[in-house]
Design a protein around this ligand. Structure first.
Ligand SMILES: Nc1nc2c(c(=O)[nH]1)N[C@H]1C(S)=C(S)[C@@H](COP(=O)(O)O)O[C@H]1N2
Ligand SMILES: [Mo]
Length: 413
């Protein structure tokens, strides 16, 4: 079903209600996918180097198929050269469990708020649309984005760089919802659950939890629209949590349950999974043991060249354009620098429009390399906290939080 697009910035309430009435897009079993292949670029150490492109998922265009049950779909990298907002139909998809509703009945859907509150709530989508609306541009990035490039290799979804995307999210402040329920004194955390379920009864349902102060910071939101349209089913229709600046493991999709807790959560997805070494840059030496672990949280700066792919040819002595995107992580982009000599010297780049500190920011500059031969372009982001991308790759056994300075080999002729 093709959903009518909303005006890009300020979808009207009437529009959203009409959209909501269109209800469930189907989630058919995976049909044959386009037999086009796409290669890892830059190539994956030790392969595999090719992945199929699929066009058979609802509301999705051409996506790199990582896994079909549950669906893991990666954004083809070229998409990031088209602008700072990632189109909904090519926005990456990641689920932990394969039991995902194929449609959601917007008439009977309820968001339940309960636990350590004065008044439990059961909110309809109309109730959500009646709350004050907020808009925010923010990058949604999987903790394991770029995992495929870890050396030594680690287990998990072997993502290239396309398990990230930037959207303008529209919805309500989580704080406004919590205030309507009235959080009781003694509450410490807030736990989020969605409509998806484990494929086996003993499997731990996917839940995530935030500290109460974070949940009430006025930035964490419950989104009902993305880039001016309702959320694609696979990106969490009808509601998802948006946790600006934090890795997307916390951005619970198909959100239908919020529980206020009076003690710290010790369930699987907070206590056992998504832990990182409590070391600088979340890095350890392969094989190292006995380090302390903490839950993953704030994102770190990254930057990418998007207009020149590995192996691109440029002319010796010619003024050439380099362009790309950067994210500051948990705060804005302060500067992006380019090196054409392996990181010995850096030149500043010009930053594009600031769509907000949690958004991708475009950068560009002209460069000239006088001598023909094999060269590399390196790009480095510094965020407004002064945090700089590291020159040595991050390594941890889960393949999380990669943000090494990327290097793009080019041929100068
Ligand atoms: N309900 C639910 N929400 C979820 C998940 C999930 O498995 N179930 N996975 C999380 C993880 S790890 C990621 S990377 C993001 C992916 O968001 P996207 O599919 O919209 O890109 O969803 C998050 N929210
Ligand atoms: Mo993720």
């Amino acid at each position: 079903m093709r959903v009518r697009p909303l005006p890009p910035r300020a979808p009207s309430r009437r529009h959203l209600l009409r959209m909501a009435a269109l209800a469930g897009v189907g989630l058919p079993a995976l049909r044959a996918w386009a037999d086009t292949t796409t290669s890892f670029s830059p190539p994956l150490p030790g392969g595999p180097n090719e992945r199929p492109l699929t066009t058979s998922y609802p509301s999705k265009g051409a996506m790199i198929l990582q896994r079909s049950r549950p669906p893991l779909l990666e954004t083809p990298f070229e998409v990031f050269d088209q602008g700072v907002f990632t189109p909904n139909d090519q926005f990456f998809v990641r689920w932990h469990w394969a039991v995902i509703p194929g449609s959601v009945d917007v008439g009977t859907f309820r968001l339940n708020v309960h636990g350590h509150v004065q008044k439990a709530l059961s909110l309809t989508l109309q109730d959500m649309l009646a709350l004050p609306r907020v808009d925010l541009a923010a990058v949604n990035q999987c903790s394991g984005n770029s995992r495929g490039y870890f050396q030594p290799r680690v287990a998990g979804g072997e993502w290239g760089h396309g398990a990230m995307g930037n959207a303008r999210w529209t919805g309500v402040r989580l704080r406004d919802v919590l205030d309507r329920a009235g959080v009781k004194a003694g509450a410490v955390q807030v736990r989020f659950n969605g409509l998806d379920e484990p494929v086996v009864p003993e499997g731990p349902d996917f839940l995530k939890t935030l500290d109460l102060d974070h949940a009430r910071d006025g930035e964490v939101m419950i989104a009902y629209a993305m880039n001016g349209e309702q959320l694609p089913l696979l990106n969490g229709f009808p509601l998802r949590l948006v946790v600006p600046g934090w890795y997307s493991t916390y951005w619970v999709k198909m959100l239908n349950d919020i529980e206020v807790l009076d003690k710290p959560d010790d369930m699987f997805w907070m206590a056992k999974a998504y832990l990182i070494p409590d070391t600088p840059g979340a890095s350890i030496k392969p094989g190292e043991t006995g380090y302390k672990q903490v839950p993953i949280s704030r994102m770190v700066p990254r930057s990418f060249i998007t207009n020149l792919r590995p192996g691109a040819t440029v002319h010796a002595g010619a003024q050439t354009l380099a362009r790309g995107i950067a994210l500051g992580g948990a705060t804005g982009v302060s500067k992006v620098d380019l090196s054409t000599d392996g990181g010995k010297t850096w030149q500043p780049t010009q930053l594009g429009t600031d769509a907000g500190k949690y958004s991708f920011r475009q950068w560009q500059t002209m460069f000239t390399i006088p001598q023909a031969g094999d060269h590399a372009l390196m790009v480095r982001c510094t965020n407004t906290d002064g945090l700089v991308q590291p020159s040595v790759p991050v390594w941890n056994p889960s393949g999380f939080m990669q943000n090494v300075i990327e290097s793009t080999p080019i041929v100068v002729s």
